[in-house]
Each structure stands twice: as C-alpha cells, then as structure tokens.
Design a protein around this ligand. Sequence first.
Ligand code: F6R
Length: 608
Amino acid sequence: MCGIVGYVGDKPVLPLLINGLKRLEYRGYDSAGVAVIDEGQLWYKKKQGKISGLELEINGVDSKASIGIAHTRWATHGEPSERNAHPHFDQDYKIAVVHNGIIENYVQLRDSLLADGYRFYSETDSEILVHLIAMCYDGDMAFAIRKALQLVRGTFGILVLSSYEPDKLFAARRGSPLVIGIGDEENLIASDGSALVEHTRDVIYLEDDEMAVVDKKGAKVRTLQDKTVFKAVEKLPFDLTHLQKGGYAHFMLKEIFEQPDTIWDSMRGRLLVEDGNAKLGGLQNCIERMAHSSRLIITACGTSWHAALIGEYLIEKYANIPVEVEYASEFRYRDPIVSRVDTVLAITQSGETADTLAAVREAKQKGALALGLCNVVGSTIARETHAGVYLHAGPEIGVASTKAFTSQVITLALIALALGRMSHLSAEDGREIAQALKKLPDKMHSILKQANHIESIAKKMVTHHHALYLGRGFNYPVALEGALKMKEISYIHAEGYPAAEMKHGPIALIDAQMPVIFIAVKDAVYEKVISNIEEVKARGGWVIAVVSDGDDTCTSLCDEVIEIPHTIQSLMPVLTVIPLQLLAYYTAVIKGCDVDQPRNLAKSVTVE
Ligand code: F6R
C-alpha cells in the first residue's frame, strides 16, 4: 500500500527519493510524487503510473535540494491520477504533506474547511491534513501539526515539509508505520525499513501518537500531547542483499527458491531434535497460560489465514487444545465471545495488516492473551501483542506471499510440538515430528528441481480462464492457497475447495475446459481423493495432480502429475504448496503478467 520516504542531509535529494520510492514499489501503488525545498521554495512533481515515469520527468531537473519527501499512492479515496497523487499542498504552496492511512471524518472536516474558504484540488481524504495544518499554523510548525491532528479521526503516518521551516522534516503516526533512519549528518524517514537500509541500519520506530522533528543532525521525538519520550535506536534485521533479486527474474521466484533456507531459519535454535521438542524464546513467559487456555483463536487474512487453518489441524492434533480460525476482518466487527481464558494468535507476514491489528486490539481489550506470529521485525502487531514469535524468513518483496507461508506453517508446527510435549505427546512421537521437520529443507530442494517440468504444465494452463483446486485434510488449506496464488498473479479465476465438497456444487463446472488441480499425496485420505479424481475424469476434466513419488495409480489416472517426496501427513503442506506456487508463477510469467506487482494488490494492507 502507500509508501513514504523523506530525506534531510547534504546530498542531492531527488535521485535519493526516487531510489527510496523504488524500494517501496513492492508494496503496490498507482501514482507517485515528490516535493523538495530548493532555494527556499517548495518544488514538486507527481505522476500517475510507475515510478520510472516520475523518474523520467525528474531526470533533467537541475536541483540542489537536499531535503524532501516522497510518496507512492494506492488509491482509496479518488481514482489513481496525478491530481490525487501526494504530496498535497496548502493554498500558498508553503506546506507539503504525504499521508498513509485513512482520515475517517474527512467529509465533515472538508465541509467546514470549504465553508471557511479553503479550496481543494484532489478527491482524497489526505488533502484535508495540509489545509488543517495551514489553518493551525501560527509560526510553529510542530505545534500546528499537533493541533491539526487533534481534529482528525482515523489512521495516519504523515510526513510534512514546509518552506516556513526549510531544514526540518515533521513526522507523526497513528496506526500507520514510520521508521526514522539515523545516519551521519543525514537522516531519513520511511514507512518501511527497506527504503532506509542502503543508507543506514540504525533506526528509531515511531509509536502511535508520537511525532518526530528531524533535521540532518538528529531526531527529536515527542508525543502528540507534547510530552518527551525516550526512543532507543534499534538495528534493521536485514541488509541490501535481501532486497535484490540475486540473479532471479522476479522476487517471487527468488523467494520460492529460498524456502529450503527460510524454513530452516524459522526452525534454527528452536527445534530440539534429540528431545523431540521445540523451544520458542518469544513464548517462554506465556506458553503455560497458552497451554491452559480454554481455546486458541487464530486470526489472520489471506495467505496467513490459510496457514492458520493448517495451524488449527496441527495444534488440535498434537496439543489437544480446541482451535478456532477466524478472518481478522470478521473477528473485529462481530463482537466475538473472547475472555481471559482464551488465547488469540494473530498471524501476519507484514505485522501491519489493519484488520489483523484491529483483531489483536479487540482480543486484548477483552482480556485474552494476545500473541503474534509476524515476519517483519518491529512491526506494529509484533509490538502490540503480549508476546510472539518471529518467522525469520527475511524480507518478502514479491506481493504474492510464498516463503512467509511455509515459515508460518513451520512455526505453527513448532508451537504445536511444544504445546503437545507439555501435555500428552510422548518424547518418541515428538522425536518423529522433529526429525521430519529437520528433513524438510532437503525434500523441498528436490521439488524445486522440477521447476522446468512445472513450467511445461504452466504452458498448457495459460489458455484456460478458470481452475479448481482440491485437497483434503491438511492439504485442504493448501488447495485454497494454490488457488489464491493462481488468481492473484495470473488473473485466472481459481477456487479452492475441500475435495469432497466438489460433488455438492462445483462439479457442475467440470468439463474439458476446466483444469482441476488435486493434491493427492499418500496420506490417510488418499483413497478418498482418488475417488474424487475419478469423478472429475468421468466428466472430461483436465487433471493436474501433486502426488507422492512413484504413485503409478495417479500417473495413469491423471493428465499431469508432479511427484514430491513423502513426509509425515501433518507437514505435507510445506511440500505440497511448492509445486502450486511454481505453477502460478510460471503461468503468470507466460501470460506476461507483472508477477511481483500484480494489479490492484498491495503487499501490506493497512486499510480496512
Ligand atoms: C497473498 C497475500 C495476502 C496476505 C494478506 C495478509 O499472497 O500476500 O493474502 O497474506 O494480505 O497479509 P499479512 O500476512 O501481512 O497480514
């Protein structure tokens, strides 16, 4: 979603801001803009479309500016257009504002500003901020911003630049992240550490209701109520190499191929193979309470919600704790029955998803133990939960989540193992699970070697407009995930179902034009899935199946098979999802789609 970057120092700021915006491109956007102060005056450029377009317009500009702000916009209020792109300006062109988030009471504020004679140039909710600040300005910009923000309801991460105080950047947040990068005689602010890391890894995370005044010497942080706060300088947990494609055509492909390493990073130091157990430092102080919860509610969105479904199966199987899985967007609004005896676990790659964050707040407010399973270190959900576990999968840049999913499942398996060993799971059973976990990276490698074979299947997939994904048991959520991957990056309409549900409706869709992708590995429900495949074949469907190595039955029954090595049933999803990620990837590439930045999608969904 929207991205923010700002710089103050001695370097020419325009190329630096463009570069920062490029680092934020992966978040999804439809227009971009910059504003700088050059010889005491505000100067700006905005452009609809890709940052490269904005860059082209800026390339020839002779500017000595060394302070500026920039933004990528993902449209919410008003169409994607130059007019609606940020920064927004006051009527005298003395103040520029970029904004992430949503101002909920903007209609009322706009009406009253209009009545006072203010003119609006865009259809956005964000523009009211700059007029409010102008209205409150009386010689002290920090004061004006604080005062203006008292009038708004909603979420914001804002960066303000003004020719009234031309050496300073002003940043404030409520519900939308901002990170300050501390350099040597230069400082930066961004909505995401990836725009900072090539300049510095020393950062200060702004918390809700805090405001920073930043010049090239340093950053002063106070609350929006003007109280001093002490901020620790932390280290970004990644470097520039994590943000480069490393020879792969796309970030998504790189991230798919990284998975043998990233799942190992999620297990490293946590998996105790000899003891048949797992130790999760982040849960150390609350695992007892978690184990004695009356139930565990896992809440998440999208791919993370699919991982949550697998978590339900894992934790119920090994730890015997009742688990419910709920979309965060539903959980937050339906006044759920949650109390002190429950544990709520939020799963999120970004740690910033607005619905998941709201669910965490709801859970905390109702007295539940709120835990987080996040990838992004220092993210809002990681900070707001009582405790949690990091995935350690490294930055995920491709908009379609891949490596975060497998690390989520691995981490859930570790949690299930640790909880199980606290109750009825024997050391011997624990060792079997631990050993299977340890062997997963090698097994993943052998699946990735089949990329060319999967690409050849993708070549046949591209002519189709719909696809059905079917799986049972632990592989039902994988069917959902495979379908989501296909639809979001290739724009082929795909649906996932529990295989047995097919005959209750979707079977009506089956004909020769309908690819049906089965997960048909040799597990407890294998024979049932074979029957479902027979039903599809009997109706002329085109069957692609992910099967266990050497499965002759499936090979003769299905049109295409992708063979994968065996592991215990509960860990199968970590392997079965890989061919489906690759199938979606190659289909999208052959169709000429923008794999890393699919249309309309954002990496971090910070609006409801
Ligand atoms: C799909 C995808 C999304 C996210 C969802 C939740 O590939 O990436 O469905 O999984 O927006 O995001 P997080 O995990 O950051 O809360």
